[in-house]
Design a protein around this ligand. Structure first.
Ligand SMILES: *[C@@H]1O[C@H](CO)[C@@H](O)[C@H](O)[C@H]1NC(C)=O
Ligand SMILES: *[C@@H]1O[C@H](CO)[C@@H](O)[C@H](O)[C@H]1NC(C)=O
Ligand SMILES: *[C@@H]1O[C@H](CO)[C@@H](O)[C@H](O)[C@H]1NC(C)=O
Ligand SMILES: *[C@@H]1O[C@H](CO)[C@@H](O)[C@H](O)[C@H]1NC(C)=O
Ligand SMILES: *[C@@H]1O[C@H](CO)[C@@H](O)[C@H](O)[C@H]1NC(C)=O
Ligand SMILES: *[C@@H]1O[C@H](CO)[C@@H](O)[C@H](O)[C@H]1NC(C)=O
Length: 640
């Protein structure tokens, strides 16, 4: 377990005291939820104070202020970033942090390429004027320029990643501060090649969905001492000295399990004796307190080791050195009312709890990155996360093999993809539940001549040597990474000596772990519960009108996966998918989360049968552990 901290060495700037107090421009009287073909049980509970929870569980500070709520919005135009609308009241209300396209934002509409956001904030009176004020964004899709009181405070590119800026020099310590955010989000306009996952401006086909533009995760302020613990990716150019005190508490008690003291600037190893291990069945977490001078941070972690090894002659994924059979759904994280933004934490966690109820131990977070509280929920509930990098949009149908291949226009797109892949790993690697990283999904944005997946597997392993890497999930596999991952609908072909002749693939590669990275996709018409009332727009790989038939088919397909686990080398499976999304009606639940299709008793029996079969394959095993070792690392704290 490795936690890294850095010491922010920023000199105190003097604060400007505002001569006049500008009244708050927040005005929620004209906000209302926009039109949507479908809502959820949470739509009407959101109100105008959404996502009030503390947004960064890995690094919590007590002095913080949530800026979510009704802001002002204006549709922008190309080039207007040169003349920001300082001191003006923008025309429309927008509920932050919901995607502009979503009903919950109150804006809706299409083609949010250039956008302006505006709000104002006060600094809480009890924050020390000698401390710094950090402005944090959970995610803004795709490029954000942040202006505070007319100053260009920062620019950030990448729609899935958190960023933070020290705005202390721009503040009026007493009185109102104007915050303006300019957003540019081309999505896939004019074949732009940026990480977008399933978003597209031009909907078409079953698997492409409404895009998300603008601020889509919590915006908040925090106060931190001049010398403060920061995220690893923000400390590269900073250094400093201080005393670091780490405390780990016994679960659910104030009893201290262990403490360690170190001097910042030198890495040191911190060992916890006999920790209870984290596992999906026993998701034990330990609270941590970090003190650095006057900066106090709350965090937590779980102790566990992810590795790969040979058991009875077969490559297997290991958790705490035992074969674990990861099984769970492709989890898209789309919502009819919030698009990319779940209506609330409760709604987001509802999905995960339904999965846990039937014994599922994994989610494949599909070409999207969720708010930090999603990963915290997986840590707490006990769900392994296979985290995909958001892919580039593949919009060129290749007539030869009917694959969608995007040809990169130049090395810049590849470079930016690489940069954002590193951001993904840096942002999420501290979450206990992360099990594997997926670099490419089905050849989307993958240069199938240059084979960047070999180089990128090395990159990911260098940033995080403690997880497995799924270099290519489905399709264009050339042997990189820890998995041989097949996608096949509806039936699985997991670690089998047979394969689909049309797929161009061969039998599974016994040098890597066999994973069924996608299968299932059994659909059911859902009148009254779909994005498209028109049945002709509700589709999947196979369809039925009947819930009993849906459960019959899912039982058959899960049984096939179980048989392939018993007979062949199958080591895990990903079922398409948690919920319906727009026209794709193959969820374990409908898109509105109002109908659960699963016969839960049957599903639970089928899921546990998978685990039992896998356990039998590992019984009396001669293990040859290929990565990691038998001993726990304990907690390592490194100071940059
Ligand atoms: C708030 O919005 C309403 C409706 O648009 C408007 O009539 C009112 O003047 C606004 N109030 C402020 C303080 O801007
Ligand atoms: C914003 O303005 C542009 C150009 O003026 C227009 O093409 C686009 O449809 C507008 N978008 C919205 C959401 O109003
Ligand atoms: C704002 O500042 C960033 C550097 O932080 C710069 O890249 C960007 O061009 C600036 N934008 C404007 C509109 O001045
Ligand atoms: C902040 O202070 C500066 C300098 O006194 C002033 O020009 C500006 O108008 C103030 N802005 C706000 C939003 O109070
Ligand atoms: C960790 O601390 C939080 C309060 O900060 C508490 O709610 C939670 O129960 C603690 N967790 C454990 C595992 O002790
Ligand atoms: C499915 O049921 C709907 C009514 O709910 C009906 O209109 C439709 O024809 C049925 N489709 C099939 C393929 O049976």
């Amino acid at each position: 377990m490795r936690l890294a901290f850095g010491l922010g060495a920023v000199w105190l700037a003097s604060l400007t005291i505002a001569a006049t107090v500008i009244p708050s421009q927040n005005n929620d009287t004209d906000y209302k939820i926009g039109p949507t073909p479908l809502d959820t049980p949470w739509t009407d509970t959101v109100g105008t104070n959404p996502w009030p929870e503390y947004p960064r569980p890995r690094l919590q500070r007590s002095n913080w202020k949530n800026l979510n709520g009704v802001w002002r919005y204006r549709n922008g135009t190309e080039g207007d970033i040169k003349s920001p609308p300082f001191g003006q009241r923008l025309e429309k209300p927008v509920l932050v942090p919901f995607c502009l396209e979503s009903a919950l934002s109150g804006v809706t509409g299409k083609r949010h390429i250039y956008s302006w956001y505006q709000t104002s904030f006060d600094i809480p009176l009890d924050w020390l004027v000698t401390d710094r004020v950090l402005l944090n964004f959970g995610a803004v899709d795709y490029e954000a320029t942040v202006f505070v009181n007319g100053h260009n405070a920062t620019f950030h590119r990448g729609g899935y990643f958190e960023f933070s800026v020290d705005v202390t020099p721009y503040l009026n310590a007493s009185g109102s501060n104007e915050l303006i955010v300019h957003v540019f989000d081309p999505t896939d306009q004019d074949r732009t090649q940026i990480p977008v996952g399933k978003q597209t401006l031009n909907r078409g086909g079953m698997i492409w969905y409404t895009p998300c533009s603008g601020i889509w995760q919590t915006v908040w302020l925090e106060s931190a001492p001049v010398e403060h613990v920061t995220k690893l990716d923000l400390v590269a150019e900073m250094d400093g000295k201080g005393t670091l005190i780490v405390t780990i508490y016994e679960p659910d008690t104030p009893d201290v399990k262990a403490t360690a003291t170190g001097i910042s600037g030198a890495p040191f190893v911190f060992t916890v004796k006999n920790p209870e291990l984290w596992h999906p069945d026993t998701p034990r977490l330990y609270n941590i307190t970090v003190k650095l001078g006057s900066d106090t941070i709350q965090s937590y972690t779980g102790f566990r080791t992810v590795s790969r090894g040979v058991i009875n002659g077969i490559q297997r994924p290991l958790l705490n050195n035992k074969f674990i059979f990861p099984f769970g759904p492709l989890d898209q994280g789309f919502w009819p009312d919030g698009i990319y933004t779940p209506p609330s934490v409760e709604a987001m966690v509802f999905d995960l709890k339904v999965l846990k109820r039937v014994g599922i131990n994994t989610v494949r977070k599909h070409i999207k990155v969720e708010p930090a509280l999603f990963y915290k929920a997986c840590d707490e509930l006990g769900l392994l996360v296979i985290q995909d990098m958001p892919s580039l949009r593949p919009d060129l149908p290749d007539p030869g093999n009917q694959c969608y291949i995007i040809r990169l226009e130049g090395p810049e797109q590849q470079k930016e993809f690489d940069r954002q892949l590193a951001m993904l790993v840096e942002q999420l690697k501290s979450y206990t539940s992360i099990f594997a990283w997926t670099i490419y999904n089905e050849e989307w944005g993958q240069d199938t001549k240059g084979l960047p997946e070999f180089r990128l597997t090395d990159l990911v392993k260098s940033l995080d040597p403690t997880r497995l890497v799924n270099a290519v999930s489905g399709w264009a596999d050339h042997g990189a990474g820890d998995f041989d991952d097949n996608h096949h609908y509806s039936t699985p072909q997991c670690g089998t000596p047979f394969w689909s002749a049309t797929s161009g693939l061969a039998a599974y590669d016994s040098g890597r772990i066999a994973l069924q990275g996608e299968f299932g996709g059994v659909g059911q018409y859902a009148p009254g519960h779909t994005w498209y009332p028109d049945l002709s727009k509700q589709t999947s790989y196979e369809l039925t009108n009947d819930t009993i038939a849906w459960n019959y088919r899912t039982h058959k397909l899960l049984s096939e996966l179980r048989e392939q686990t018993e007979l062949y080398a199958c080591s895990g499976g990903v079922w398409t998918q948690t919920t319906d999304v727009e026209g794709e009606v193959n969820g374990l639940m409908t898109y509105d989360r109002r109908v659960i299709r699963m016969d839960e008793a049957q599903w639970k029996a089928d899921v546990f049968a998978l685990y039992e079969t896998a356990a039998k394959r590992a019984a009396h095993a001669s293990q040859n552990v290929g990565m990691g070792d038998q001993s726990l690392e304990g907690l390592q704290i490194g100071m940059l």
